[in-house]
Design a protein around this ligand. Structure first.
Ligand code: ATP
Length: 258
């Protein structure tokens, strides 16, 4: 099967700092993959290149939806990349705090269909019936992330773990082929982390591939089909959790610190 995501020779320079150095990686449909590595290894920079926030200095990013021709992501704007089927969450939660839980998810949906946030709020009457479908779809998504009972609450009033789930829900509303999760378990208690584990698995089972950055090694080892290890912007290892756990270079660069 063709890889869903192909990253080839990806390089990102910030002035004199090389944050990514000829990085190659492939992610297949139906896979949960993790990116691990020490602070400053380049993990978030990879997400920022993949989502159009940074224009890479070199290399190529290709998304190949099953049965379709590869699409080049380089040079696309963030909203265009969302429309191609790549969604993400952020290390620091970025919800719309003064909007309701339901509205936060609806905005995710509009970002896919209208490609602007304002289109979600100031919509012409002609799209009202479409709006109804979006409300229905967003409520179904809230059921899935266990937030249906809080649909009308302001996002800022949700407990921390629920805000993280809502961010995932908003990303799912764009119906992604590939979901990028940046430290989804950060700040979660053990019970919330367990629920997150189940949620991520269920998203994968529904056909969305996942690439996650995570420092919680228990979660990474339990959840991932494949792990990429970065250090100083380079891939120093990849493989199954078992392979990576016993790789001396990985132990030296990262796991040894734990
Ligand atoms: P962490 O686990 O701490 O989040 P990371 O692996 O995600 O780390 P990045 O945030 O991608 O690492 O940073 C990689 C390198 O690129 C670091 O040296 C960082 O200082 C640098 N860097 C990232 N973004 C910028 C930027 N906008 N301007 C300058 N340097 C940057």
């Amino acid at each position: 099967m063709d890889p869903l995501l192909t990253v080839s020779g990806l390089t990102m320079d910030f002035g004199g700092i090389r944050a990514l150095d000829h990085l190659d990686l492939r992610l297949h449909p139906g896979e949960i993959a993790a990116l691990i590595g020490p602070n400053g290894a380049g993990k978030t920079t990879l997400f920022n290149c993949l989502t159009g926030i940074y224009a890479p200095t070199g290399g190529e990013l290709l998304l190949t939806p099953p049965g379709q021709a590869p699409k080049r992501l380089n040079g696309l704007k963030p909203n265009q990349i969302t429309a191609q089927g790549v969604a993400r969450t952020f290390q620091n939660i970025r919800l719309f705090p003064n909007m309701t839980v339901l509205e936060n998810v609806m905005i995710g949906r509009h970002c896919r269909t209208h490609a602007t946030v304002f289109g979600a709020i100031f919509r012409p009457p002609a799209v009202r019936h479409e709006e109804k479908a979006i409300v229905g779809m967003s409520l179904a998504l809230l059921e899935r992330i266990d937030l249906a009972d809080q649909a009308d609450e302001f996002a800022k009033h949700l407990p921390y773990g629920a805000q993280r789930r809502l961010e995932i829900g908003r990303a799912l509303a764009t119906e992604p082929l590939l979901l990028l999760l940046d430290e989804p378990a950060a700040g979660m208690n053990p019970q919330e982390t367990l629920e997150l584990n189940e949620l991520i698995r269920s998203i994968r089972d529904d056909g969305t591939a996942i690439l996650l950055i995570e420092h919680d090694m228990k979660l990474v080892m339990r959840l991932s089909d494949h792990i990429f290890v970065l250090d100083y912007g380079r891939k120093i290892a990849e493989g199954s959790p078992e392979e990576v756990r016993h790789n001396p270079a990985v132990i030296r660069a990262y796991l040894g610190e734990e």
